[in-house]
Every structure is written in C-alpha cells, then in structure tokens.
Design a protein around this ligand. Structure first.
Ligand SMILES: *Cc1c(COP(=O)(O)O)cnc(C)c1O
Length: 429
C-alpha cells in the first residue's frame, strides 16, 4: 500500500472511499489545470499591485488616535483599487463583515426617493433587515429612510431576466444591485460575462444608473472581476476569499471615486471620510492574506470541483456541476435526507485542524425558519474561506460545502464526509 493511503487509513478513512475519491480526482485533472492558470494570473495581478505601490516594511506599522496619514492603510487601499481596477477603495479591519461592507455602500449612496432594483432576486439573508423586507421594524432600514426597493428574480435556469429587468427600470432607479454568488440558494453564481452583458443592456436604457455588486465568495475566481466590466461599486468580506485566511476581520469596498467618498462619509462622518481610522496592527496580515488569496482560492475551488464530481457520480444533484464554469467557491449537494446532511457535516467537522473533536448539531438559529447545522473548525471564527459546511434542516436537504486553505485539506474534507456517510450506511459505494 502507498504511504499516503496508509496515512489516510490512520486518519480513519476506508480504503474503498480513498480509491473512489482518487479516481474521481484523476478524472478532473483538466478542470484543475484551468483553475491553476487563473490562480497564476491572479497571483501576478496581486504582485504587480504590490510592486507598483512599492510595498515596504514601513507599511506594516500603524498609527494611534485619529489615524491620519497611515501610510500602510493608504497603500492597502491603493493596492485594492489597482487589483480591482477601480478609482478608489476602502479596506478596513473595523468593517465587521460582508454585510457591514454592503450596508455602508447602500446607505452611503442611496437617498430618500431613490429606488434600488435587485436583479438577482432576493439578496443574501442578512440584507433583508438592511433593506427592510424582513418583518422587523424600527431598525433604520433603507425602506424606513424612504428608499424604495424592487426586485426581479432570475429565470428558472438561473440567468438574468433581461426583459423584466429593462421593464422595471424607471426615472427613480438609482441603483441596480447584483449578487454574484449563489449565496445559499440552489443556483449557479453569475459569471463575469453574464454581468458584463446585462450591464450593457441596462446602460442602453439608463446610462447613469449605479451598478453595485455583492462580490462575496467571488474574488479571484476568474481573470476579471465585476469591476473590470462596468460595475461602479462592489463590496466583499476579508474573512472570505480576499483575506486568504490570514485577515482576522474586515471588509472592502472598491469603485468610483465619488461613490467611495459618499460611502466614506457613512464609514466615519461627513467631512471626515476615509482620512481617519486605525488599522490596529492588521495591515501586514491583510497584505499577506491578499498575497496568498489567489492560491488559497484555487485550492478551495479544486476541493469544490472534487466534491461536485464525487457526489454527482454517486447520483446526487449538485450545483455547480463538475465541468461548469465557476464564479464562486460554494458547492451545493442535494442529499435528500436529514441524516445524510448531519453526517456530512460531522465528517467536515472531524476533518478540521481546530475543534475536530466537536460534534455539530442542528439548532434554531435566529433569523432562520428551520433548524440549521454548521460545521467549521477554523483559525478565524466564521471564516468561510476555511473548510466549512452548513445546511438548513429542511427539504430537499441541501448541504453547502466551501473553503479549505489548501486543496489537500479541502480534499480531506470530501474524504471525511463521504467516509462518514458510508460508515453509517447512508450511502453505498
Ligand atoms: C457571506 C456573504 C455575505 C455577507 O455575509 P457576512 O456573514 O456578513 O460576511 C453577503 N452576500 C453573500 C453572497 C455572501 O456569501
């Protein structure tokens, strides 16, 4: 037996599971080559921005008090705008998550009487309170401030509903909102080409509309980013792709200079904007995480493709399919049964470097209408660029698999999940 297989056996994996997954891996080598080339390109894109901005040791220091003239922070923001091909950027550890970054962008730009038109249907769950379409009142949502909200669903095949979108645009339409990633719905993420094409149609009707993208989970998936194809403002989380697993917290917003300025007045205060705010010593790890991000993302992506291939071959519905072009790192699998979902998640937890001894159980998480199970044993809490899986316990019992700081670890997650299912006789191989 090969040394590696002995090792897998010592880690509790059945020989049959190892063989099945190794042969699945063999059959998707072509997909991996494509992912590697994109990672190589993005590594150079990041490196080029670092070199152009003459990154140096002095940028890793930080200020106190108001934080005026923090050269590390200013350089970091220039590097982000170079990578994303925008005029300006806000990158801060004190943006607490992706929702916060998106909220700053929305509240910074939109004014009473403006309409926000989401063209990817209902946005990510946490945005419902922000917009004011959940049943909670009195929290200062956009709608409470007199901003109007409309949405156009994607078509049944998961594409932009062009006709309906163009019909919904009128004089009050200030912003078009696009969520690139599938989030937690069973659809494909929207590709850069799809985003590019819809923006061209929209601009033909209303040239001055502001196009905003929620880029969470999408960074470094492709040669281009949404801001390369006509998007005006875009936001994401540093504990997902662009933090490369090293950023401890934070979010970014990139886009047009005038919009970034408006948003910066929400970030701090009107008149003060992005001139103030401390980095609390996080500049170096954010830079280093960004440097690692293209490789880290490619590892997670290869793990997702492997997961897709393995479960699809076993007869389960998966999204995306193994050969699909990907625009985010999420892999969903329809497991059709609650005990399968639970065992899958237990397997992922057991594969973790941190808290591998913990057993995840479904619980009534606030804001969800069914029990939810989450598996993650991460160095940075809640970081979903690290190996994780989660699922609402409801039909059709879809589990969402994502992340892995290295491909090897993401593969181990796939091995452990299948092993758990096979051991409990929930799947026969
Ligand atoms: C993660 C995510 C968000 C923001 O979530 P946070 O937990 O606040 O970081 C928003 N949209 C999408 C599509 C996401 O995946």
């Amino acid at each position: 037996m090969k040394l590696i297989d002995t090792m897998y056996e010592e880690m509790g994996i059945d020989l049959k599971v190892i063989e099945l997954i190794n042969s699945a891996e063999e059959s998707i080598k072509k997909n991996f080559e494509k992912i590697n080339t994109i990672a190589e390109y993005n590594q150079l894109k990041v490196l080029k921005a670092f070199q152009k901005n003459r990154l140096s040791d002095k940028h890793f220091n930080w200020n106190t008090g108001y934080g005026y003239d923090d050269i590390g922070r200013e350089t970091l923001e220039r590097v982000f705008s170079d990578i994303f091909n925008t005029e300006d950027a806000i990158v801060r550890p004190l943006i607490v998550n992706g929702t916060h970054a998106l909220t700053l962008a929305l509240t910074g730009i939109l004014r009473p009487g403006d309409t926000m038109l989401s063209i990817t249907g209902k946005p990510y769950d946490t945005l419902e309170d922000v917009i004011g379409i959940s049943n909670k009142k009195g929290q200062g949502s956009l709608i409470e401030y007199g901003i109007k909200y409309k949405e156009v669903k994607l078509t049944d095949n998961g594409f932009f509903d062009k006709k309906n979108i163009l019909n919904q645009i009128d004089n009050s339409t200030k912003m078009i909102y696009i969520q690139r990633s599938s989030g937690y719905s069973f659809r494909k993420a929207l590709t850069i080409d799809e985003i590019k094409s819809i923006i061209i149609h929209i601009r033909n009707i209303k040239n001055d509309v502001i196009v905003m993208v929620d880029n969470c989970y999408g960074e470094f998936l492709d040669y281009k980013e949404p801001t390369d194809v006509g998007v005006d403002i875009m936001a994401g989380s540093l504990i997902k792709n662009p933090g490369g697993g090293l950023a401890l917290s934070g979010g970014y917003i990139v886009g047009k200079k005038d919009l970034i300025e408006l948003i910066s007045f929400k970030l701090t205060s009107p008149g003060i904007g992005k001139e103030c705010g401390l980095m609390f010593g996080q500049s170096r790890s954010i830079f280093q995480g960004l440097f690692m991000a293209p490789t880290v993302v490619s590892g997670a992506l290869k793990g997702a493709v492997l997961c897709s291939k393995v479960y699809n071959d076993l007869g389960f519905k998966v999204s995306p399919m193994p050969d699909d072009n990907r625009s985010d790192i999420i892999q969903s699998i329809v497991l059709e049964d609650s005990s399968r979902v639970i065992e899958f998640c237990k397997g992922i937890q057991e594969a973790s470097p941190v808290d591998s001894f913990v057993t995840p159980i479904p619980w009534d998480m606030p804001g969800y209408n069914s029990e939810v199970i989450m598996a993650a044993g991460a160095f940075v809490q809640g970081s979903s660029i690290e190996l994780s899986a989660d699922a609402p316990i409801k039909e059709p019992y879809i589990v969402y698999f994502q992340g892995g700081l290295t491909y090897e670890h993401s593969k181990f997650g796939v091995l452990k999940s299948l092993n758990a299912l096979v051991n409990k006789n929930l799947i026969t191989i």
